[in-house]
Design a protein around this ligand. Structure first.
Ligand code: GLA
Length: 387
């Protein structure tokens, strides 16, 4: 991969001295969905696929970007004095946003750069290609210019830039999973405190299989931001009757006792998801630690039902993939993963049933929607690195 990026760099920019190559991973979330902006727990892991950059410093303040994934869009040019969002800047708004956030925190970027990007996360799959690009940008800026920042800082800056430069009010999960990933481990993260624990994912005779529905419904960012506002409003209503800082502070019982403080029934359902999903994530983490994958799988299934019925972030394509997976006895659990409205499902499947799983889901999906899903058997990778 390094050679491919270096070759493209030389072709696009006409030189190859002083070029470094970096990588940051995408992520899949095992459980704990839409809890990360509600002070709850999440349980994602970094993937071995992600986003790569070849980059060299310039002696002026120009920045040139080229993506091997969007060759026809050519080179985008900007400068360090023009780090503002624009629709025409397309995907480069992500790295630009991170540079903008560095500068805003007093990490003055001294030189311009020539940059080539390549990503092997399927586009729009909900496996965090944007978070990996943000973490990658932060990681390479830190290395190139010697900024004193931890990987956790890079995650926070990435989220900040996505919220404030790109207008998507995401939580910390994706950037944290990318920046802090550890091979063969999932990250049990308390998003209220950023305390976390690595949990080895030991699956004897089974694999994590990600199924890409290849659909991405429109208005995803605004639907996401709406969910977030509903939860914020529900929290304010609950705070009138109970002393809590976030929805993640509530047990299921406390929620049931106080839920009438939320007058709107739809908002009550959104808050219920946030509370129950957080508690479920803690239970699922404990089950995995105890080696009880059966229980872990059941929590995954419950998570899907809650995301589908209460949080309303699933869609018919995803529901079909999950329903078909549930029918297979060798599937321990299956659910939608990530922000929702399309994207991927995550399932735990016994080794001997993986081929059958793919065949069954493909046939049903083709029949219902005339589309082919894609499957990835997950290998859990490390966080960002210089290659
Ligand atoms: C997106 C966001 C995350 C998280 C998930 C839902 O991936 O970027 O912060 O909220 O949705 O769990």
């Amino acid at each position: 991969m390094k050679e491919k990026l270096l070759e493209c760099f030389k072709k696009m920019y006409g030189y190859d001295e002083g070029v470094s190559v970096y990588f940051a991973p995408g992520r899949v979330n095992l459980i704990g969905e839409h809890t990360d902006y509600n002070g709850g727990h999440v349980f994602p892991c970094a993937l071995s696929i992600g986003t790569f950059a070849a980059v060299a410093k310039r002696d002026d303040d120009r920045i040139r970007f080229f993506s091997m994934n969007f060759e026809d869009r050519g080179i985008f040019e900007t400068s360090l004095s023009d780090l503002v969002y624009s629709d025409e800047a397309g995907w480069t708004n992500y790295p630009k946003g991170v540079m903008w956030a560095f500068e805003g925190r007093g990490f003055k970027i001294p030189d311009g750069m020539d940059i080539v990007i390549y990503g092997n996360i399927p586009n729009g799959s909900g496996l965090s290609s944007s978070a990996s690009l943000e973490v990658l940008t932060g990681f390479m800026l830190r290395d190139l210019f010697g900024f004193e920042l931890t990987n956790q800082d890079l995650a926070i800056i990435g989220q900040y830039s996505e919220n404030n430069f790109n207008g998507m009010n995401c939580g910390i999960m994706d950037q944290f999973a990318s920046a802090m990933g550890k091979k063969d481990n999932a990250i049990f993260l308390d998003t209220a405190t950023l305390e976390f624990e690595y949990a080895p994912v030991v699956l004897e005779g089974m694999k994590i299989v990600v199924t890409n529905s290849k659909v991405k419904h429109s208005l995803v960012d605004s639907a996401y931001n709406d969910r977030r506002s509903s939860c914020e409003k529900a929290l304010l209503e609950l705070q009138k009757v109970i002393d809590i800082k976030t929805l993640g502070d509530l047990t299921e019982e406390e929620f049931e006792k106080n839920r009438s403080a939320i007058p709107d029934t739809d908002r009550q359902k959104k808050a219920r998801h946030a509370v129950y999903e957080n508690q479920r994530t803690v239970k699922a983490f404990n089950a995995l630690k105890a080696g009880d994958i059966e229980a872990f799988g059941k929590y995954m299934n419950e998570s899907h039902i809650s995301l589908r019925d209460d949080y309303d972030v699933s869609c018919p394509e995803i529901d079909l993939l999950v329903d078909e997976a549930w029918k297979i006895p060798e599937v321990l659990g299956s659910r939608i993963t990530g922000g929702g409205f399309g994207g991927c499902t995550v399932s735990i499947v016994k080794d001997e049933a993986i081929d059958g799983f793919k065949e069954k889901l493909s046939a049903s999906y083709k029949k219902a929607f005339d589309m082919e899903p894609e499957f990835y058997v997950v290998s859990i990778g490390d966080g960002p690195s210089k290659l």
